[in-house]
Design a protein around this ligand. Structure first.
Ligand SMILES: NC(=O)c1ccc[n+]([C@@H]2O[C@H](COP(=O)([O-])OP(=O)(O)OC[C@H]3O[C@@H](n4cnc5c(N)ncnc54)[C@H](OP(=O)(O)O)[C@@H]3O)[C@@H](O)[C@H]2O)c1
Length: 420
């Protein structure tokens, strides 16, 4: 490319993705789903990878894939984005005009140079056109479940002459993945539940904060915008049975995320040897951590069904790992029995949900928040290494990037997969 514009960071091919690369297999599935190759016929050629070098374009997280194909008589650029993949704010000098052939996209466009004004948001589905006026800053995020495939409606010759400039002002920020989503959190009045409610609220989600005594939940009542507060005791059959009606009465018609956070440990946590197991303590822990989590999830399924994300996160613990329970990471041989047994059982419940609903676009995750400085985390005089904010930031990042591939996984707040 000639001229001064050539010095700016711009569209660039950063490599090729061929059949030996695992991304090629996934991209080929999307490419075929979009109708560019007949299923079971010729192999899909290698893709070019665009914008991976972060030193060139600091707002770009990852590269999308492209390939030129003939659509009718015209050679067109086909772009493939994996689920949740983003293209950060940038300026396309020539504008964009493309046709979505698979999946869906959230597109944000800023008018003029005004980074302070809120961008215009469009949710575009298969068959829609992605139209961006020349010179406007825009960004996009592919559908969390299906990804996104589209082809440009400009000819290859014209495309090769155009220019994309990534020098959008730093104030043009990628909107949060949780903005506009509805998130239900149980046990939202203190500890990690409160931290989750605060963080989701700050990111623009509509939070349904459930707790046993909403009138006393001062920190929740002080949040802005105020969450929807619902009284819920997860261990009470009548309280859980009333949840759907309370959600309806509060105007909640769909739930993108359900975070089963409410949980308890034995009163002597973490000292709880099985040789001294108390049946009443074990039943009460099991009732909240296992049966409560299952029944709240069941009650929420009809509203999850109405949303795109359909994601259920059960707070678990690395103490549930049977593989790690002899010494090693946990540093114990036995002990903490009521809690460990309940968390291993709630992990299996999560696997059962994920298994039975695997064809319906749900994602069920068992999430260990790490050892966190809360009432539970510091019980028994322990000093927890993580703050609520650190743990919550990690969990939100894992949840935001979750896809169907994560259904049925046991993940830690930093994204590491834990052994059962
Ligand atoms: N902190 C850690 O290091 C750690 C590590 C691994 C896993 N976890 C898990 O993370 C989750 C949150 O833990 P945390 O550390 O924030 O604990 P926490 O500070 O003890 O808070 C527990 C929360 O659960 C609520 N809750 C308890 N029983 C309930 C019931 N029957 N119905 C509704 N809400 C109920 C509590 O409400 P009330 O105020 O009404 O009691 C409180 O809001 C738990 O599931 C826990 O097992 C924590």
């Amino acid at each position: 490319m000639d001229g001064p514009a050539a010095k700016k960071p711009r569209m660039g091919v950063n490599g090729t993705v061929g059949p030996e690369d695992s991304r090629h297999t996934k991209a080929a599935v999307l490419f075929r789903a979009a109708g560019y190759a007949e299923a079971g016929t010729e192999a899909v050629r290698e893709f070019s990878e665009i914008h991976r070098q972060s030193e060139k374009c600091r707002w770009l997280e990852n590269g999308f894939l492209q390939q030129f194909v003939k659509v009718g008589e015209q050679a067109c650029r086909v772009c493939i984005y994996f689920p949740t993949q983003e293209l950060q704010p940038h300026i396309s000098i020539a504008g964009e005009d493309s046709l979505i052939t698979h999946g869906a996209v959230d597109l944000w466009t800023w008018s003029g140079d005004s980074a302070s004004a809120a961008p215009v948001h469009q949710r575009l589905l298969k068959g829609s056109r992605i139209v961006v006026p020349p010179g406007s800053v825009h960004c996009l995020r592919a559908d969390a479940r299906q990804g996104l495939v589209f082809h440009g409606l400009v000819e290859e010759d014209t495309f090769q002459k155009r220019s994309t400039d990534f020098q959008a002002a730093a104030e043009h920020r990628m909107p949060s993945r949780f903005a506009g989503r509805t998130v239900l959190v149980t046990g939202a009045n203190r500890g990690l539940g409160l931290g989750l409610a605060k963080a989701f609220t700050a990111l623009g989600a509509r939070v349904v904060a459930c707790c046993r005594a909403p009138a006393k939940a001062e920190e929740l009542l002080g949040l802005s915008p105020k969450p929807i507060l619902i009284e819920l005791d997860v261990a009470s059959d009548t309280s859980v049975a009333a949840l759907p009606e309370k959600l309806r009465d509060s105007g909640v018609c769909s739930l993108d995320y359900v975070i089963n956070n409410a949980g308890i440990a034995s009163p002597n946590h973490p000292y709880d040897p099985i040789l001294q197991a108390d049946p009443e303590v074990m039943k009460s822990v099991f009732n909240v951590n296992v049966i409560g989590t299952i029944m709240v999830t069941k009650a929420c399924l009809p509203l999850l069904e109405m949303a795109e994300s359909k994601c259920v996160v059960n707070l678990s613990s690395q103490l549930a790992s049977i593989e790690h329970c002899y010494g090693g990471l946990q540093g114990h041989f036995g002990g903490i029995c009521s809690y460990r047994i309940s968390r291993a059982a709630s992990n299996m419940a999560m696997r059962c949900f994920g298994g039975e609903l695997r064809e319906q676009g749900y994602v069920f995750i068992a999430m260990s928040p790490g050892h966190v400085d809360t009432d539970m985390g510091s019980s028994g005089g322990r000093k927890a290494p993580l703050t609520v904010e650190q743990s919550v930031a990690g969990m939100l990042s894992v949840i935001a990037h979750s896809s169907l591939e994560d259904n049925g996984k046991f993940l830690q707040y930093d994204g590491i997969e834990l052994p059962w």
